[in-house]
Design a protein around this ligand. Structure first.
Ligand code: RM4
Ligand code: MN
Length: 399
């Protein structure tokens, strides 16, 4: 491919890319010590959807919004889906929450008490009912389960309990619905975590069946972990279902995607591009035959939320665009001939390219402003919602 052809191809792929934003990223959040309130924060799931629709209006590539239950619990999910549609977006993944009830002090689906496990599994099943009502295909599961002390519980029995709950949940899926299992190396439990790594998630997914896939949250690894290696491995096995993008320095910092280490995000995208997996088509060999979902999972504690989400979407786009500009034929030739420096230069040259003009062109083709952040700032949306959203209770995850 010539360089102008690569540019055109990149634009085509970028036009199809879909980045799903999280409803909870629009609500108040904070640290373990304090949840900070901001002006203009949504008070209802509908208002969160309005914010998500605003991100889509300026970026053109964020037409889906993930829900978190019970944070986004409503009486009528079909009506909520309709509200989203009226605003130009769609409801996406349903995230289960089995980590904020007193009953879950010793875990949810891995709890030693069968009654607590029942309650937790029933919540997972309720989430599938919600998916049926909203038309969503993705059930995203993250468990805070684990232990704090050696001997506190049987590590193996906890795995058996987890497998049992997942099997019951998986059996309830219909059609194209997927079970996406997330891992996180620690937190909140500090001695053992029941799903600490991609290998544990992968093993459970394989045991469940093809509609079970792994979620890779970029903030959920030990410092120094080579995330792109995990991406490549999961792609090889057809089990990479989704990303939760965010950025980190130390732990699960939930910063804006691409903020702390844009080169890492680029390296992840490079693996995906090489597997032809960013264009909304299924990656070769995917166990479900469905495309990988690109979720954002982040919280904005000190930065304005809608503006931060727009910035995160454009950061993901920039990393993708750079990865699409890698001269794959030249790279393969350099790799096969063992030319280490040439191979590195090809990858690094793509990373060093200023892709902002290309993305500006793409946005103009889509009838959008070439600079979403500036256009949003000029739009007056923030001032408007800050004035309108007074009274009521702001959404937030509480801590
Ligand atoms: C977890 C995990 C989940 C997210 C919750 C809020 O650390 O990343 O994906 O739903 O946080
Ligand atoms: Mn996550």
């Amino acid at each position: 491919m010539t360089s102008p052809d690569r540019r055109e191809h990149a634009k085509q792929v970028l036009r199809e890319q879909r980045i799903e934003t999280p409803s909870w990223g629009y609500g108040n959040s904070g640290t373990r010590f304090k949840v900070f309130a901001q002006a203009g924060v949504p008070r209802t799931p509908e208002e969160k959807i309005d914010d998500a629709a605003t991100v889509h209006r300026f970026t053109g590539v964020a037409p889906l919004v993930s829900l978190h239950i019970p944070w986004d619990r409503v009486e009528d999910y079909a009506a909520l889906a309709e509200h989203a549609q009226e605003r130009g977006v769609q409801l996406g993944a349903i995230n289960a929450n089995v980590f904020q009830d007193d009953a879950y002090r010793l875990g949810s689906v891995c709890n030693p008490d069968p009654a607590v496990r029942r309650k937790a599994t029933d919540h997972l099943l309720e989430c599938i009912d919600i998916m049926d009502a909203t038309g969503s295909d993705d059930l995203k599961l993250w468990f805070a389960d684990g232990t704090n002390y050696p001997g506190q519980d049987s590590i193996r029995e906890r795995q058996d309990r987890l497998a049992e709950a997942l099997a019951e949940t998986y059996a309830r899926l219909t059609g194209e619905q997927r079970l996406l299992l997330e891992y996180k190396f620690f937190e909140p439990a500090v001695y053992t975590t029941d799903v600490p790594d991609w290998g544990t998630s992968f093993a459970h997914c394989v045991a469940l069946g093809p509609q079970a896939q792994v979620v890779l949250d970029t903030g959920h690894h030990a410092p120094g972990t080579n995330i792109e290696f995990i991406v490549a491995t999961l792609l090889r096995h057809g089990r990479l279902g989704a990303f939760d993008f965010n950025s980190r320095f130390y732990a699960d910092d939930d910063l804006m995607a691409g903020a702390a280490d844009p080169f890492q995000l680029f390296r992840i995208m490079h693996e995906l591009v090489q597997a032809d997996a960013v264009s909304g088509v299924p990656a070769t060999g995917s166990s479900t035959g469905q495309p990988i979902s690109f979720f954002l999972d982040q919280c904005h504690n000190i930065e304005p939320k809608v503006a931060a989400m727009i910035r995160s979407v454009t950061n993901v786009q920039e990393a993708t665009a750079k990865a699409l500009l890698v001269d794959t034929e030249a790279l393969t030739a350099a790799q096969r001939s063992g030319d280490v420096l040439a191979a590195y230069s090809i990858v690094k040259d793509a990373y060093d390219t200023d892709v902002r003009p290309l993305l500006g062109d793409l946005r103009e083709d889509l009838g959008l402003d070439p600079d979403p952040s500036a256009a949003y700032a000029r739009s007056g949306y923030f001032e408007q919602v800050a004035a309108e959203r007074v009274g009521g209770e702001q959404a937030g995850w509480g801590a």
